[in-house]
Design a protein around this ligand. Sequence first.
Ligand code: AMP
Length: 757
Amino acid sequence: MDMDVDGASRPKEGKAILVILVGAPGSGKSTFCEEVMRSSTRPWIRVCQDTIGNGKAGSKAQCLSSAASALKDHKSVFIDRCNLDREQRSEFVKLGDVHKIDVHAVVLDLPAKLCISRSVKRTGHEGNLQGGKAAAVVNRMLQKKELPKLSEGYSRITFCQSESDVKGAISTYGSLGPLDNLPHGCFGQKNPDSKVQVGIMKFLKKVPAPDAAARPDGSGDTTSQNPGKNDYFHKDVEMASPILDNPNLESKEGESQGVAFDGSHASRFSLDDAPTLAFPSISTSDFQFNYEKAADIIVEKVAEFTAKLGNARLVLVDLTHKSKILSLVKAKASEKHIDTQKFLTHVGDITKLHSTGGLNCNVIANAANWRLKPGGGGVNAAIFNAAGPELESATKERAKSLSPGNAVVVPLPASSPLFVTEGVTHVIHVLGPNMNPQRPNCLNNDYEKGCKILQDAYASLFEGFASIVRTQAGQSREENENIVKKALKLQDKSECHSRNNLTNIDQKNKRDADHGSEKSKKCKGIQDSFGVSSDSRDERVDSEHRRNGGSMNKAWGSWAQALHQMAMHPEKHKDDLLEISEDVVVLNDLYPKAKKHVLILSRTRGVDCLEDVQKEHFQLLKKMHDVGLKWARKLLDENASLVFRLGYHSAPSMRQLHLHVISQDFDSKHMKNKKHWNSFNTAFFRDSIDVMDEVSSHGKATLKDDDKLLSMELRCHRCRSAHPNIPRLKSHIGSCKAPFPAYLLENGRLVHAPAEP
Ligand code: AMP
């Protein structure tokens, strides 16, 4: 780009300029500023809202004042925040008049795909917008993109729609000396109406937009602050002062507090995707615990846990409009300067937080009774009612009763209405101390004991939530990438109802996006299979093990439940099953990855995958292996040219332990991609024989669940030759006659037809 450098008319002292960056997270705004500042001889200041509060996120007001003082010092300024709409930019533009300087906009209008994948991949982002949540946030932000126009008050606008445009702009600004000017006008705009990827939004949003008007207490919610936008995620509330400096929780009753989007790098915006626990006040209503004391304990425990919870947040919920506990807690939280991004209060029905309040809470706490039974009124009755019989049976599997001061985490079955409509994946039952003489175990005003129990109750509750969060956070970067890839792939496809009802956690736990997309074609059938009746079979429950770890807190998406449902209710799936016995069911894989591909499904509840397998499951593994061998032999009788391998995926995509019995031709239209191939042809596939050995000698199976295995190059499983893509690999294996590698020929890992006599 040419510079308008006219030596004769140069002023003695250079004039500062103000450059407003405009772009979604991941568009490269910070990198742009850093690169220019590295090479420029002009004094620059970067004003970044994500770091302006002593290295933490601050307010727009802070940005304005910092920009103003830099301009006063004749320094040029970058405004490094998203600034995606006119309103967000207008006050910065006004600085131009005040300081008699030129205001420029540099628009990093890069493809959404690129911004998303960068945001997902990055680590250590200043505004903590990274990982799986970033995809949804970036797309949401792009919905409100409004490209700048000269009429807003700029003297120059540079549009960058590709990485090479960005490089050009960096070099233009980077070589701008203290006395140089740039020509006025619009540069580089190719496609002013670039399309926002609404399709991705549809996929990522999944659950129908909440209806603010439908709120039972009529109080409206955060969405009502922004009329015309009925999606909680879309609220666009200007905060005059930084959230962190303003913890006085001044919003009206009936609103969630502490969440606002102000056009900065979306760090606050991303909170809507954060794992969230909604909890009622424990023991204060029916158990008549002193409100002041209870509020102190809530605030103390919240303060302790918010420090440990990463980006997760806690929401204290109360149904009543003028709730005493809510106002006490608000005041005390404010005194303690609790981070209002991590702790909110909300007036509403805890069973309808999403559908009527627009608040996404993946976990809710229940103020339970000691018998862990429905009824009794209050929150307990409401939650059991809303969650359906599924919660009762899932609770039974976890614990029979609860003592005061304890909590129990219960994953919610996908068929529960609370899961489907509210996106709740776990309920944590918690029991507090009782001060009500009409109720069991009354403490007779012994507040020394009572406070200790209430502290324990909140600690157990928050610990339970933290363990769910940890499990979810354990997902790898590759998984995040899969989410994005899948989101992008699906953006233009229409989606069926059940997919629209998946939660964020569903997305996060889709190890194998490809099963998912195959599912989406058939999801009606699967949805049908979710009808769980209350007369569920009395399965063996390994609750102790599950309480101690395993995949207990893994939130399987609703689409990943089909096998589990078949194992639990084979009577409903008779037509699909090849064999039903006490311990296992056998079925043809719905998307066979070879000519013959059968699944042997354990019927033991609580053993969702290999990770859950322990020593006492050895007999189960043996049974599955024997049934697998029987089916391999049966299939060999029909076609003696086949060769079978029996094994487990280290990290399966479908819930319920299942053994693959798969012929080694891999001749199937469903064998479509690298992941499919590598899941059966790398160490990710654990031979049943080896799994049994390991479990009998060390009590557990070795898992090779590094996602790198799934993205390895494609190699023939016989001769190990490498191939660039699946069609080429398939055409090679169709004719490869090389013997199988020695490793596979050992120990009976391959099952052949008996040799001819
Ligand atoms: P994984 O969980 O990765 O061990 O593999 C799950 C297997 O289940 C895949 O081979 C899928 O093709 C198969 N599958 C997925 N959904 C169904 C279904 N509804 N019925 C039968 N097989 C299924």
